[in-house]
Design a protein around this ligand. Structure first.
Ligand code: FAD
Ligand code: NAP
Length: 342
């Protein structure tokens, strides 16, 4: 029997530590519980908020609906060949635990994504990425429940429409599906990816083990990023802008040192952190919100204040960057601003 808890405090469940209450909360430990949650919400005409680790959302106001907190667990070996394993993983598993579990089993491909906070179920939503690897590189399928029909649906890789920090689930599929499992194809042979300079610098000679890559990623992240339980944050607040050739040429003519990374389709990714840093925002405060001193892309909420302070800081930064560089910054986490329903 599912337990629906009224007036639930979400502050400990979002890494920005925004003090927000939900009208209803439910810990989802099974698919049956998830279906019960959907029936409860439908009966009471409640909006839904699917919650994983709360590390990529900004809760701006009280939520007058039902929070479905994904807590399902399990890793299943579906298939194995000489080269690969196919693993099905429950949405509520912690992403970093899955990375470490895979390495311990001798399964490779996700080591560069070590220490990314959050759940396995949220990983496909924005196609999480770090140090030259994106989760799309190892996803075979995504299993979900369609909210409207309560039917189980399998999305093959091609239907997920993965792009840079984006997917079908963050675009046309938003709020329509609840991801229950993700199916991964991992390698049995280690193929370390050292394409990022900070990793390449650390490993001057081969062979490099995937465990060593994961250790290096963990250390780099611990040095550069604020641990959310100490200094609340949601990681990068903005995506790196991707410009077409003409837009980039204009920017580079005025700012020749702008860090740029050509994409496979001919567009050019530029480092948003560099733009924010050049505009003088690194380490600055506005109200109770602060730009992290080691990485200008990360906005923090050190006083665990309402999310409005961080949103105001983000707006001030976006406007300034646009004025100085003519580049529009897009917010990466999902901002929830809820209207009270009649
Ligand atoms: P949540 O914040 O709980 O949810 C995010 C969104 O996904 C919400 O809209 C939610 O409704 C939806 N959602 C969650 N689970 C499901 C589900 N099962 N079904 C349907 N919808 C769902 N991201 C990167 O890409 N790369 C990084 O290197 C990285 N580093 C980070 C470092 C720090 C310190 C922090 C705080 C964040 C970082 N992030 C990074 C962002 C974040 O960790 C990822 O986006 C992560 O995948 C979010 O997972 P979550 O479970 O916390 O999602
Ligand atoms: P970094 O190594 O200082 O690099 C700065 C930016 O330049 C990054 O955003 C990265 O883009 C880009 N970059 C660097 N080398 C690149 C290369 N060889 N090819 C293509 N792009 C390159 O970045 P960082 O802040 O320390 O973060 C390290 C990694 O962790 C990055 O991949 C970053 O995305 C990831 N991270 C993400 C979040 C989040 O919340 N989304 C938070 C923390 C860290 P990309 O961002 O596209 O990789």
């Amino acid at each position: 029997m599912a337990l629906f808890i009224p007036e639930f405090n979400l502050q400990p469940l979002n890494t920005l530590a925004a003090p927000v209450t939900a009208a209803w909360y439910m810990a989802v430990n099974s698919e049956t519980a998830l279906l019960e949650g959907l029936s409860f919400a439908a009966e009471k005409n409640l909006p839904l908020l699917v919650l994983g680790g709360g590390s990529n959302l900004v809760l701006a106001e009280r939520f007058e609906g039902l929070v479905l907190h994904m807590q399902t667990k399990g890793v299943w070996l579906l298939n194995e060949s000489e080269e690969h394993v196919i693993l099905k993983v429950a949405a509520g598993e912690t992403w970093h635990d899955f990375v470490m579990h895979s390495l311990n089993e001798g399964f490779y491909g996700v080591e560069n994504l070590a220490l990314i906070p959050g759940s396995v179920g949220a990983a496909p939503i924005q196609n999480i990425g770090a140090y030259g690897v994106e989760v799309k590189d190892v996803i075979e399928e995504v299993h979900a429940i369609e909210v409207a029909s309560r039917m189980a649906i399998t999305f093959p890789h091609s239907a997920c429409q993965f792009t840079y920090r984006d997917s079908f689930f963050k675009q046309a599929g938003i709020d329509r599906y609840i991801i229950t499992h993700v199916v991964f194809r991992l390698n049995k042979q280690a193929k370390p990816n050292l394409s990022y300079p900070e990793l390449a610098k650390q490993f001057s000679q081969f062979p490099v083990s995937s465990n060593a890559v994961a250790d290096a990623v963990i250390k780099l992240r611990q040095t550069k990023l604020p641990a959310p339980d100490e200094i609340p944050n949601v990681g990068s607040f903005f995506k790196n802008p991707i410009l077409n050739h003409e837009e980039f040429a204009k920017l580079q003519a005025l700012h020749p040192s702008v860090p740029c990374y050509p994409q496979a389709n001919g567009e050019i990714k530029i480092a948003a952190g560099w733009l924010i840093d050049q505009a003088g925002w690194k380490g600055r405060e506005l109200g109770t919100a602060r730009v992290h001193d080691k990485q200008a892309l990360v906005l923090t909420n050190p006083q665990r204040d309402r999310a409005q302070a961080v949103i105001a800081l983000a707006n001030a930064i976006s406007q300034d960057v646009h004025k100085r560089f003519g580049v529009l910054l897009e917010i990466e986490p999902r901002v929830y601003s809820f209207e009270r329903r009649d």
